[in-house]
Design a protein around this ligand. Structure first.
Ligand SMILES: [Zn+2]
Length: 113
């Protein structure tokens, strides 16, 4: 259900922008999805196909770009991207980290005709 509300948001923002640009058709939507967001691309794609029916975005291609996880060590303030599930700081080896990027989900750009 997570993806459904996200997809509804994506579609409404897209249509709003397309209308503002007096577009007749949305051809592509570029999305940025954080690696930690838990969003399943296929679900967004599926819901989008259903929700966009009879809109000018019905034929739009969804392009997903996954943004990497970024962490900051609370002990020494080092910022790093973990390569796997090992979240230890590369400088001080502590696991006291905060997430500074990776949970985001937004529309990067929209291409219209
Ligand atoms: Zn550290």
């Amino acid at each position: 259900m997570h993806e459904l509300s996200i997809t509804q948001n994506i579609l409404s923002i897209t249509l709003e922008k397309a209308n503002a640009a007096h577009a007749s058709k949305v051809s592509k939507i570029n999305l940025v999805i954080g690696a930690l967001s838990g969003i399943v691309h296929e679900c967004v794609q599926l819901y989008f196909g259903i929700l966009s029916e009879d809109t000018i975005a019905a034929e739009a291609i969804l392009f997903f770009r996954q943004s990497p996880t970024q962490l900051r060590c609370r002990s020494c303030a080092t910022t790093f991207s973990p390569r796997n599930s090992d979240w230890a700081c590369p400088s001080c080896q502590q696991q006291n980290v905060e997430i500074i990027a990776g949970r985001e989900c937004y529309i990067d750009s929209i291409e219209v005709d």
